[in-house]
Design a protein. Structure first.
Lengths: 234, 372
């Protein structure tokens, strides 16, 4: 049991980020699709809908992270290295997601041809805009939300989805094979989180750094919720 | 106007019951020992607790009776008599009667005349809601004193016969049995006044954050075992049918329970952020965690956030007095006041995270002397 972030400014930033996260979790719990998932009323059709709608953001995720890396100048070359490593780890994980979609009974071309929903458009637009700014340290806040969600998917959601798939009469579906994307995040994201904690110490030096990081985390959390709310309007 | 806790009292029924004896009192369901008991007791760390029922399942003292005993013990150490009390604010999860309000029954048991009455209903945090109401009455100058009492008689829910009454019950599921090894009986009381006496705690503030809009019900009585059935206990033709369907068992959705740790931390971080409290000013923490299991989880999350209050400042009597629901925090404060060392100007932070549908209450107290 150790403190994850050591500088005074960093600790204040982490505490604020934790609060943004808790608030995000509560807003997720109010999204109809997630409410069904967390109350064990989720169906395999709901699961396919969820995967279909988050795929675009997962693909675009690797783009904003790589652009973010290129926006750091030499003063932040160590940060750039971390961000590049992160992008490399995840830039092809949408392939896993597509395989899960097919394993859950979906047709590959359906997920490949799907458009971004309005929430995904807004999220992607915001992240690309921020990633284009010089030294976009505030995107640590975006990573905080998205990595946190990876952990939540892996530890909470995948288990519920697997038990749902077991109960549903769904011949031909292999339930472990349907949740590999979510599971993958569980195995890797705690390492990513540790790197994030050290990045907070590294980049959050002033009150205005902290405000920027927390602001971006708040916006990303809201837009991510919107992306999931839009699933039911598609 | 300032508000002070000037006296405290508690009542725990009968002899303490240790872990070896607990099932002899509550009874063996279908004559068989529980397979979950040892595991749950190991996780919650409770060594002793008290029950108002005996091994024959006869109730030895009622819930309002316990509340009255705690109230009298509190008054016995104060400058006031029962006739002087002007506000009586009471809390419980379940009174002896479904109606009227618990406060009426406690007033009658204590024979307090002409009092203004408040009854708060809920689970663990209902005592803090009753306390907050009393605190605001005094702060506003509406009353100059208030007796606040919280009391629980949960053991009646845990009699073996309750589980045997379930239709087609082979084995009880984990969620229905969990609380059987967690909760026990007792009552605590606090006396509030507008001026400090000896050994007073000034109430600086009481704040609470409820999250029922975001989370499903986690701890309840009233729903059937079959979660797809949306009826509640009074929707059945007879209470016998409701009982057979499992509506009268107290249940905890253990999978949801973990949320309590982060929601508890969330409220604390919120108070830090708003400047209601500084972590370095806290001298004593009294936290009503329901189980030892959660103590470590709370420490982990607060340490990670860099917001931990050193472990030696945390006080609890959970392990020896049991988890008495809403009465716990008052029983804890009472024992702290009588047995622990503290000094004038010390800051106490009290926390009550309730898992019912996730309501978290926090209170800051300052130790003051008579001269203050």
């Amino acid at each position: 049991m150790t403190e994850k972030v050591l500088t005074e400014e960093g600790q204040q930033c982490l505490q604020a980020l934790m609060r943004v996260w808790f608030d995000f979790e509560r807003s997720l719990s109010r999204v109809p699709l997630i409410q069904k998932l967390e109350r064990d009323l989720f169906t395999v059709e709901d699961y396919r809908k969820l995967l279909l709608n988050i795929r675009q953001q997962v693909i675009e995720g690797s783009r904003w992270i790589t652009r973010c890396a290129s926006s750091f100048d030499r003063e932040f070359s160590d940060v750039r290295s971390e961000v590049i490593a992160h992008a490399r780890d995840e830039h092809r994980d949408y392939l896993l997601l597509e395989e899960d979609y097919v394993a859950a009974g979906g047709v590959l071309s359906d997920i490949q041809e799907a458009d971004r929903n309005p929430g995904s458009e807004a999220l992607h637009g915001f992240l690309m805009y921020r990633a284009t700014q010089p030294n976009p340290i505030d995107l640590i806040g975006a990573m905080w939300i998205i990595e946190g969600l990876g952990q939540k998917m892996a530890t909470g959601w995948s288990e519920r989805i697997e038990s749902m798939l077991k109960e549903e009469s769904n011949p031909g579906s292999n339930r472990q094979r349907c949740t590999r994307f979510m599971r993958y995040h569980g195995e890797n994201d705690s390492e990513h989180m540790d790197k994030l904690y050290s990045l907070i110490d590294r980049v959050c030096k002033t009150k205005s750094d902290r405000k920027a990081i927390v602001r971006t985390a708040t916006v990303v959390a809201r837009l991510y919720s919107m992306q999931l709310e839009e699933v039911d309007y598609e | 106007m300032d508000v002070y806790i000037n006296s405290t009292g508690h009542y725990l029924p009968g002899d303490p019951i240790d872990n070896e004896t607990v099932e002899e009192v509550l009874g063996y369901v279908h004559g068989k020992p529980s397979r979950l008991k040892r595991r749950i007791l190991k996780a919650n760390g409770i060594q002793r607790r008290h029950y108002a029922i005996n091994a024959l399942h006869e109730t030895q003292i009622s819930n309002s009776g316990m509340a009255a005993r705690a109230g009298f013990e509190c008054l016995d150490q104060s400058y006031l008599n029962r006739q002087d009390i002007s506000l009586l604010s009471c809390a419980t999860s379940q009174g002896d009667l479904v109606l009227p309000g618990f406060g009426s029954m406690v007033q009658a048991a204590m024979e307090i005349p002409d009092v203004e009455l408040f009854s708060s209903h809920g689970i663990c945090s209902s005592s803090m809601m009753a306390l907050k109401t009393a605190y605001l009455h005094l702060k506003e100058g509406e009353h100059s004193n208030a007796l606040v009492i919280a009391s629980e008689l949960a053991s009646r829910l845990f009699k073996a016969s309750r589980y045997e009454a379930i239709q087609g019950s082979g084995a009880i599921d984990f969620n229905a049995e969990f609380l059987r090894w967690m909760l026990s009986d007792g009552a605590g009381a606090l006396l509030l006044e507008n001026k400090p006496r000896k050994q007073s705690f000034k109430i600086e503030w009481i704040k609470s954050f409820s999250h029922a809009d975001s989370y499903p019900t986690c701890m309840s009585v009233g729903s059937p075992l079959d979660s797809s059935d949306t009826r509640t206990w009074q929707d059945y033709a007879t209470y016998a049918e409701a009982e057979a369907a499992g509506c009268l068992l107290i249940r905890q959705d253990v999978r949801l329970l973990e949320n309590i740790v982060k929601l508890g931390a969330d409220g604390y971080l919120r108070l830090l952020d708003k400047g209601f409290i500084q972590k370095d000013e806290v001298d004593h923490v009294l936290c009503h965690y329901s189980s030892h299991h959660f103590r470590n989880k709370i420490f982990e999350i607060l340490t990670m956030a860099g917001a931990m209050i050193p472990e030696e400042k945390w006080y609890t009597n959970l392990y020896t007095r049991g988890n008495t629901g809403c009465a716990s925090i008052f029983i804890m404060l009472d024992e702290f006041r009588r047995t622990q060392s503290y000094e004038e100007d010390d800051t106490l932070l009290c926390m009550v995270p309730e898992s019912g549908r996730f309501n978290n209450v926090y209170m800051k107290l300052t130790v003051v002397g008579e001269s203050s």
